[in-house]
Design a protein around this ligand. Structure first.
Ligand code: PGA
Ligand code: ZN
Length: 450
């Protein structure tokens, strides 16, 4: 049994230069293994709570208290524990914290402990992280009643793992991730026509570089990038962003829609106030839920958009039901702020018919086991899981390992610039070569049944 012999933590810095928590766990017979917690900017209200120091130091973003919690209270409780029993580790973290949103010890402290323990257990067993995560994933019980017929599984079935995911890659950033006028937070591309992960990534990189030249030629900034590496030009409208990306796809020699299709992250919670969606672009408009849905339908009618994330706000459940009955046959509707990787919120969505896919962000919920439980619930109910980075990232590659091991099918890492993004793509390239695992490609997108 991989018994935890040592646990420590330190304050390190993320891709925005903000402090975050790194935890190092060592088991008897294994090597020290570390994990670092990421951080969002467009955070949802239902997310687990980060513990920040406040005060004057580093603008109040310091995490010394969270680090101290790991070094003292958490380490004292966990040294001697079996790191292989991830479910027990995570339950003990939840119990020790004692709050519903992990605010006492800090979800930023708790997640790094949870993940570093998993890597430490894998190291002691001499297993690759893929093998270890796969075992943990398989141990998560089904959420379906025993009478429910099992879905037919193939190597690329979602959740059958290991497989290489379809990447959803940021080209232009708006919203809270850049300084421009765009309401939509991310304009992304998915290489739906590629036959391997590496081919898809190569197409994306070619289009990304072409887009930089197209932006420059159109008189826009084509070098400066936003938090996730997407370009941050001061465009006048969301439509202009989509048109420029289409131009880049064509100039690079690919077919919009067939080779590369759009995904958008509207992140609409951040312009929803008093029951209305307040759009800044396109001259400034105030839309009701129904009008917002009509506008999304219009986008889908005119552009090859196959996925829309947070098309409506996190508390607009009724709007989400209407959006889903209107568009679910045609596009993947991902809940990010809506579900917050939370099993109870996802269950509510399933019951209400809200959304058909779920963004999976480990630090929204705060432990590995709870993340896997949310993924299990999604897969059992035909919701497509999309494993996602945060806008504040580091060299930690856990999401790449997790996406491959579980066969989640889709991954959203940001753009193809800035090393906190590229470390994950590069890790996926390594797994592709080493495991010879299948590429899920466009089959990973949510598909309406019947
Ligand atoms: P965040 O953005 O990490 O700033 O929340 C990512 C997203 O909304 O998908
Ligand atoms: Zn989002």
């Amino acid at each position: 049994m991989p018994r935890i012999t040592h646990m420590t933590a330190r304050e390190v810095f993320d891709s925005r230069g903000r402090p975050t928590v790194e935890v190092v766990v060592t088991c008897a017979g294994g090597r020290p293994c570390r994990a670092i917690t990421p951080a969002g900017a467009s955070t949802g209200a239902a997310e687990a709570a980060e513990l920040r120091d406040g005060g004057n130091r580093l603008g109040g973003w310091g995490v010394r208290r969270a680090v101290e919690n790991v070094r003292t209270e958490i380490a004292n409780a966990f040294v001697g524990c079996d790191a292989a029993d991830q479910a027990l580790i995570d339950q003990r973290l939840i119990d020790l914290d004692g709050t519903p949103n992990k605010s006492r010890l800090g979800a930023n402290a708790i997640l790094a402990v949870s993940l570093a323990s998993a890597y430490a257990a894998a190291s002691t067993f001499g297993r690759s992280p893929i093998e270890h995560f796969q075992r943990l994933w398989k141990k998560i019980p089904s959420t379906l009643s025993s009478e429910a017929p099992a879905a037919p599984a193939s190597a690329t079935s979602i959740g059958a793992g290991p497989s290489l995911p379809l990447p959803m890659v940021n080209m232009i950033s708006g919203g809270k991730h850049a300084g421009g006028q765009l309401d939509f937070q991310d304009f992304l591309l998915m290489p739906v026509g590629a036959t391997s992960f590496s081919q898809g990534l190569e197409w994306i990189i070619t289009v990304y570089q072409t887009l930089g030249r197209v932006l420059n030629a159109s008189g826009y900034e084509g070098t400066l990038v936003g938090d996730e590496g997407g370009y941050g030009p001061r465009l006048q409208s969301n439509q202009e962003a989509l048109d420029l990306i289409i131009e880049a796809i064509q100039r690079a020699g690919y077919r919009p829609g067939d080779d590369l299709a759009f995904a958008i992250d509207v992140a609409s919670t951040h312009f929803y106030r008093d029951g209305f969606y307040h759009l800044a672009a396109d001259g400034g408009r105030r839309l009701s839920s129904q009008e917002m849905i009509a506008s999304l339908v219009d986008w889908v009618d005119h552009y090859p958009i196959l996925s829309i994330e947070d098309g409506l706000a996190e508390e607009d459940w009724e709007g989400w039901q209407a959006l889903t009955s209107t568009l679910a046959e045609r596009v993947q509707l991902i809940g990010d702020d809506l579900f917050a990787t939370n099993v109870n919120r996802l269950q509510r969505g399933i019951d209400l018919g809200a959304g058909n896919s779920v963004l999976i962000k480990l630090n929204q919920i705060g432990t590995l086991t709870e993340t896997l439980q949310t993924m299990r619930l999604a897969v059992d109910h035909g919701y497509a899981p999309v494993i996602s980075a945060r806008s504040g990232e580091t060299e930690d590659v856990t999401i790449a390992d997790l996406a491959v091991a579980t066969g989640a099918g889709q991954i959203k890492i940001g753009s193809v610039a800035r090393s906190e993004r590229l470390v994950k793509y590069n890790q996926l390239l390594r797994w592709e070569e080493e495991l010879n695992a299948p590429y899920v490609g466009s089959a990973a997108l949510y598909e309406a049944q019947g």
